[in-house]
Design a protein. Structure first.
Length: 149
């Protein structure tokens, strides 16, 4: 039962974001009416916006006592990164996109854009530092047993 709840907590942000891909958020958020299929990158952008909002909300609410929210925080971060980089890929089909550490460039004479995909993943990794330390440490005793002849 616990593993199915954990799985659902991780996958729920992806499901919610994917549902909202069909909603024309750009028209709802803009003062002006945006044509539905004006740009092909709007479709994954919608999923990125929704998953970023979910990431912010679950990040503000999670605690070690409510671990399912921490798992949703992880799921929304991965979902955001996937939609964000899909959006950048679709943009790169028209204009070159260069990824840099924490920033990206679009086109030839571009200002630096903050790469929220990298920021979100780094902050999520920071929230999971205990789990990552355990994963990299491995099973207890394996380090000591490998040192002995």
């Amino acid at each position: 039962m616990r593993s199915s709840t954990s799985f659902l907590a991780i996958v729920a942000p992806a499901i919610i974001s994917t549902v909202f891909v069909a909603v024309p958020l750009e028209s709802l958020l803009s003062t002006y009416q945006v044509p539905t299929f004006a740009f092909n990158w709007y479709i994954p952008w919608r999923g990125a916006v929704v998953s970023l909002i979910l990431w912010l909300v679950t990040g503000a609410l999670y605690s070690e006592k409510r671990y399912h929210l921490k798992l949703s925080f992880l799921g929304s971060a991965v979902t955001f990164a996937a939609y964000h980089y899909l959006t950048l890929y679709l943009v790169s089909l028209r204009e070159p996109v260069r990824l840099l550490p924490l920033f990206y460039l679009v086109g030839g004479n571009s200002p630096l854009f903050l790469d929220l995909g990298q920021v979100v993943l780094a902050l999520t990794a920071l929230a999971y530092r205990k789990e990552l330390a355990l994963a990299f440490r491995g099973p207890k005793g394996s380090a000591e047993s490998s040192r002995q002849p």
